[in-house]
Ligand binder design. Structure first.
Ligand code: 13P
Ligand code: SF4
Length: 377
């Protein structure tokens, strides 16, 4: 798609965000393109697949969390503009080289799942596991793993205790890696990804126990915790948890021959019924590799599903959402063209707005945990 380049940006045109938020979308394309051109190789724009079309079209690289973390570690650009959510930008900052700066166009773009594990709660959980004699210090062994969708402090916590980060595209490899080191895994913060991954590796559901951070001893008995191989933090993604097994049955009734593919943040019962499971990048690849005439119902965020619907229609493939309403990730949606334009024009003017900086004290161990993930892949 061609994008009209706007006239040069007037000096001082960038400034407060409020001035941008009132501007109509149609005026943004030319300005974003002009700022992008002016920044040249000094900036790279990374875009997660859940971003809106008006934003993702400006991404130099689009991908799932894993692919974007690889790009963040690889780029030589001075500015990494992350069109995604906070934990992704934090990870980019941890992986960045000295002198590189990471910008998140809207600081309110968080992740409700990442917010479900707070570092104080995780430390308290670990202390309770220690006091039950379940951790390495007492010769038993739990390897903590955290999903990428967590704060840098939690990544550092697991790194310091011999664990690593994983994403939805490499959780299976991370589990195998962890079981080579210890007999148990503490998996943070997505119970569904943890359960789906454990089960896919042959661990029965009875050997997984949920840890509820709001209950004493996670709400589990010491015996349950002792016999479990996987301790699942009680977190979830509100976008993916909305998909239900009934949606799978209904869509199959309505569209005979349709394949149901879902993100592994969906509930166990939904994943069990599905024909395929994958990260956002993995879901795209599944459809790309299917023959013309294939039909897919996809259990993931609606912007990605709609985009795939449009793009794969050209190859005579049908792509629809698994439920009728289609779930939106409201925090991914916060990155608007206006926010992107504001961030880029400020960079052109030499102002780094919305910089994401992980405190030095937690950078080291979170880097260790992220590097372990990049190494096993
Ligand atoms: P992916 O790594 O599959 O892109 O997932 C990120 C995410 O937040 C899904 O909800
Ligand atoms: Fe977080 Fe869910 Fe949004 Fe992914 S889709 S960023 S897990 S809230």
């Amino acid at each position: 798609m061609s994008i009209a380049i706007a006239p040069a940006i007037e000096p001082g045109a960038s400034c407060s965000l409020e001035n941008y938020l009132v501007l109509p979308d149609r005026t943004m394309d030319g300005r974003i393109a002009a700022a992008r051109l002016e920044l040249g190789s000094r900036a790279v724009i990374l875009g997660h697949h859940y971003q809106r079309d008006e934003v993702i079209k400006f991404a130099d690289f689009r991908g799932d969390s894993y692919k974007l973390s690889q790009e963040a570690a690889r780029t030589k650009a001075d500015y990494i503009v992350f069109c995604g959510v906070h934990f992704m930008a934090e990870s980019a900052d941890v992986l960045a080289h000295a002198g590189q700066q990471v910008v998140l166009p809207d600081l309110n773009a968080g992740c409700s799942m990442a917010d479900m594990a707070e570092i104080g709660q995780v430390e308290s959980c670990w202390e309770q596991l220690v006091s039950l004699g379940l951790t390495e210090e007492q010769g038993r062994g739990i390897t903590p793993l955290t999903y990428m969708n967590s704060t840098a402090a939690i990544k550092a916590f697991v790194g310091e205790r011999g664990g690593m980060v994983c994403t939805s595209s490499n959780a299976g490899s991370a589990f195998k890696w962890a079981f080579q080191r210890n007999e148990k895994i503490l998996f943070l913060p997505d119970q569904h990804l943890g359960r789906n991954t454990a089960f896919s590796l042959g661990i029965p559901l009875e050997e997984c126990v949920v840890w509820d951070p709001f209950l004493l001893q996670g709400g589990a008995t010491p015996e349950r915790l002792r016999s479990a191989r996987v301790i699942l933090w009680k977190g979830h993604c509100s976008v993916h948890q909305r998909f239900l097994p009934e949606h799978v049955d209904k869509v199959r009734e309505r569209h005979p021959g349709i394949q149901v593919i879902v993100h592994p943040e969906c509930r166990f019962e939904v994943c069990q019924k599905a024909d395929g499971i994958g990260s956002t990048e993995g879901l795209i690849k599944l459809i790309a590799g299917a023959p013309a005439g294939s039909k897919f119902a996809v259990g993931t965020e609606i912007h990605l599903v709609n985009r795939m619907g449009k793009e794969f229609a050209k190859e005579n493939k049908m792509v629809i959402t698994l439920d009728d309403s289609g779930c939106l990730c409201t925090t991914m949606f916060r990155i608007s063209p206006q926010h992107l334009c504001w961030a880029l024009e400020n960079l052109v003017d030499g102002n780094v707005v919305n910089r994401i900086r992980v405190p030095e004290g937690i950078k080291h161990w979170s880097r260790v945990a992220l590097d372990r993930m990049l190494e096993i892949a």
